[in-house]
Design a protein around this ligand. Structure first.
Ligand SMILES: [Zn+2]
Length: 464
């Protein structure tokens, strides 16, 4: 065997083989005239001490490979091959078709999301993590997910797409943006190879990385330069345009370059520990991923991508108002996954209202309409005005307030204590009537008043 840690045609082996092949082919041509010298020439794999095979036996193996593996075969469920170019377009077209079918089905909106996530997109998970997928293969799927997500959330086309990509706990539909997700998987896969528990796997991965960097800077790289390569450095020796062969490592380099727009992170090499670390500069607590926690890389980067979506959404001039508050706690979004306590009319209203996309006089874009409130004549008909300040709706405010109060009262069990609603309480001013007084069995008394605040910035929300 040429190497003990990976099979012919595995992704790791394929990227190394391509580079080794070109060197060995040149050597073979030089030695071809002398079969005797070729037999004495030994092929040494970088990172290992023992010679593994003679040049002539390597050449025979290569002939065999070229002959046998023109096409592809499956390695751990992923189609690979030495001369095989992966084409997953058909697979993703099938997924796109299924997403459209589910969107057109008579399921409830939240059921459609669950079906798309759990039964359709889950099929692509393994392939995305372990295979090299061209971005153009997922372009159509990304477009379909965005348009489908917006339609199910009852958002207009002008609504920001980030709500479609946010997780359910943050109030979104949790439909991924595949282009960004593939970059994260590429970084994660590279880190897990270098951080592998198996020393042979990590050595071969490191040797492959060194080989890719060597082609770029035309000399033996230090481990620090390997980290610079993965960080997408383009200055000094890395400024050379040539030397960018497509390997696992060059793809990780490009992925880091593209992800830098969304997430701040960097590779570093710790000389004293002899391993790579991944620093994720999230605020307020930066994270350093070490080899023992390599399995967390994907989740941490996805979390950071989600934080970027929230920051971007809250920076918009027209759709920024509520996202910072409703994404704070999963309780604000309890209805997104299961549709609990939610009617279809509530569902159709709430996502539009959260993004400020309701058809109100003062929030309509590119409209010459008079911004005055159509009910009360107030200067601007905005969502906070309609929901909380428009006097003709005051009866609806009271019913909303009472509904919340009764819901809380029902949730308090009798073992907890006794509850009184809208009654004077001795000890408190005779003119005041608290919404709720909870008297616990221990004798403690809680006086509770309910208010419905408009969810704007967290600071304003806390003040309320
Ligand atoms: Zn009004």
């Amino acid at each position: 065997m040429l190497t003990t840690c990976c099979s012919w045609g595995s992704p790791l082996w394929t990227s190394r083989t391509t580079s080794i092949q070109s060197v060995m082919s040149r050597l073979w041509r030089a030695f071809a005239s002398s079969p005797l010298s070729a037999r004495r020439f030994l092929f040494i794999i970088p990172g290992t001490s023992a010679p593994s095979m003679t040049l002539s036996s390597w050449w025979q193996a290569r002939q065999f490979l070229t002959y046998k593996i023109k096409g592809a075969y499956k390695y751990l469920g992923v189609r690979v091959g030495l001369n095989y170019r992966q084409d997953n377009s058909e697979f993703f077209q099938g997924i796109t078709r299924d997403v459209k079918l589910v969107a057109a089905s008579p399921l409830a909106p939240w059921q459609k999301f669950t079906t798309i996530r759990a039964h359709i997109l889950a099929r692509a998970e393994f392939l995305c993590r372990n295979s090299h997928i061209q971005k153009r293969d997922v372009a159509e799927l990304d477009k379909t997910l965005i348009s489908t997500g917006k339609r199910i959330l009852n958002l207009p086309t002008r609504a920001n797409v980030n709500l479609v990509h946010l997780s359910c706990n943050k109030g979104g539909a949790a439909l991924p943006h595949f282009r960004a997700l593939l970059e994260i998987y590429t970084i994660s896969h590279a880190f897990r190879l270098l951080a592998s528990d198996d020393p042979i796997t990590s050595d071969v991965a490191f040797a492959g990385l060194q080989s890719a960097v060597r082609k770029k800077i035309l000399r033996d790289p230090t481990p620090g330069e390997c980290a610079d390569f993965l960080n997408g450095k383009k200055a000094d020796d890395f400024a050379r345009d040539a030397g960018d062969l497509s390997t696992q490592w060059s793809r990780a380099r490009q992925a880091a370059d593209r992800l830098a727009k969304y997430i701040k992170f960097s590779w570093t090499y710790k000389e004293e520990l002899g391993c790579f670390h991944l620093n994720i500069y999230r605020s307020p607590n930066p994270v350093c991923v070490v080899p023992s926690t390599a399995g967390l890389v994907t989740r941490l980067l996805r979390d950071d991508l989600e934080s970027f979506y929230i920051r971007q959404l809250s920076g918009l001039v027209d759709q920024w108002k509520t996202v910072e508050v409703f994404s704070q706690h999963p309780a604000s979004n309890h209805f997104v996954q299961g549709g609990d306590f939610t009617r279809f009319c509530d569902w159709n209203f709430i996502h539009r209202a959260r993004l400020g996309c309701l058809q109100l006089n003062a929030t309509m874009r590119f409209s010459k309409r008079n911004p005055k409130c159509r009910k009360s004549g107030y200067a601007r008909e905005t969502i906070p005005h309609v929901l909380n300040h428009c006097k003709p709706h005051s009866d609806a405010w009271k019913r909303r307030h009472d509904a919340i109060q009764n819901r809380v009262a029902r949730a308090i069990t009798s073992s907890c204590g006794s509850v009184s609603l809208n009654k004077k309480f001795p000890g408190i001013s005779q003119t005041l009537i608290p919404d709720m007084v909870l008297t616990k069995k221990s004798g403690e008394v809680f006086v509770i008043d309910f208010t419905v605040a408009f969810e704007e910035r967290p600071q304003v929300f806390c003040l309320c």
